[in-house]
Design a protein around this ligand. Structure first.
Ligand SMILES: [Zn+2]
Length: 376
């Protein structure tokens, strides 16, 4: 039996693209349904099973047999495809791995965004954005000054021209994740720390109020819809993350804890964090809060837990330092965050945020937690 004559694919996948996005782009120029192309790729002497359709799930998952068929069809080696398309690199637990070529359209297992149109240019047919996983820090296009949002049909984004502090934070975020193997975990921990402050009434302080107004103005939505979005505490999150990974500061905190105890080490950290995020009142404010609720302050405080680990006599290195309890993490779902931050009409606000595509996209997650999918 002869192999079919194969033509190398003319539409190559982009880095971190959803496999479903790539298959759709391959067919969009010819007006061909993606499902027809998929069935054509998998057609062979053996049985084929396709679950779902491109309208029931944005992402395409393939078992080993189907992946082999895809490499044969495209003429691209599997290692190249898995290097570019994250969903091909790991098996989906619902997809049986046997001799039958199986494909399934499911909801993506990680947060995704519509890539920046000027950057994807010719790869992007009209009305069909390239959908990508932003991973640790690709949720902002520095060149075109956009915070990329999750919309499968339109490349929506938040313009950042009036938000220079967000662009500055993103530049530092890129440096952080490149320089530190645990950079994404440090950002997730910092997000939990800032969240623990935000839920205590910080949404009414001046710096965030000003940022909320600027985001609401460019997005044409109400300020409350912006409040639970990852952009709002982003500059503070990155500033705290940089302090957390700073070895010199870690050593200072150990010395402070050894001399004067954990409480003083926490005070030292908060003083420096307050200085860096332009809230000189941070230490005093948190001390006052702690007096009100001393028990809660230590038990569910991610900063306190981290300080305990960093100052432990035995010393904890690498991954152990960035562990987060489930109760400490910043909620992944927009609606969960809204229920903490918005006290009147949270349901109406969620609907408005959904219409503005503020409910999906990038979230600060630990690197070991790829399975979470913020709602779209
Ligand atoms: Zn761009």
């Amino acid at each position: 039996m002869h192999d079919p004559v194969l033509t190398p694919v003319r539409v190559p996948p982009l880095a971190n693209e959803l496999t479903g996005s790539w298959i759709r782009r391959m067919t969009a120029r010819y007006g061909l349904p993606a499902q027809d192309l998929l069935r054509g790729i998998l057609a062979g002497p053996r049985r084929v099973q396709v679950t779902g359709t491109p309208s029931t799930g944005l992402e395409l998952f393939l078992n080993t047999s189907a992946r082999a068929q895809l490499t044969r069809f495209t003429g691209l080696p599997l290692a190249r495809l898995t290097g570019l398309l994250p969903s091909l690199a790991t098996a989906h637990e619902r997809l049986v791995d046997d001799e039958v070529a199986r494909a399934a359209w499911y909801v993506p297992r990680r947060a995704w965004v519509a890539a920046c149109p000027p950057c994807t240019g010719r790869a992007c047919p009209p009305g069909r954005p390239v959908l990508v996983y932003p991973e640790a820090a690709s949720h902002v296009c520095q060149r075109h000054q956009r915070w990329l949002l999750a919309h499968a049909e339109n490349p929506v984004s938040i313009p950042l021209r009036t938000l220079p502090e967000v662009l500055g934070a993103h530049r530092r975020h890129l440096v952080l994740v490149r320089a530190h193997p645990w950079g994404a975990d440090a950002v997730a921990l910092a997000a939990a720390v800032v969240w623990s402050w935000q839920v205590q009434g910080w949404q009414s302080e001046a710096v965030w109020q000003d940022r909320v107004r600027r985001v609401a103005a460019v997005m044409g939505c109400s300020p409350t819809a912006v409040m639970p979005h990852a952009l709002l505490p982003y500059p503070e999150t990155i500033a705290v993350a940089r302090l957390l990974v700073d070895h010199r500061w870690q050593q200072r905190l150990r010395e402070a804890a050894a001399g004067d105890g954990l409480h003083d080490a926490a005070g030292l950290f908060l003083q420096e964090a307050g200085r860096r995020i332009n809230r000189p009142w941070l230490t005093d404010w948190l001390t006052a809060r702690t007096r009100v609720s001393r028990k809660d302050a230590a038990a569910g405080d991610p900063l306190h837990q981290w300080l305990q680990r960093i100052t432990a006599a035995t010393g904890i290195t690498s991954d152990g330092l960035w562990t987060l309890n489930r109760t400490e993490v910043r909620p992944i779902e927009y609606s969960d965050r809204a229920s903490f931050l918005i006290h009147s009409r949270p349901r109406t606000v969620c609907e408005e945020a959904k219409a503005a595509f503020l409910t999906g996209g990038w979230e600060p997650l630990p690197s070991s937690q790829p399975g979470h999918t913020p709602c779209q």
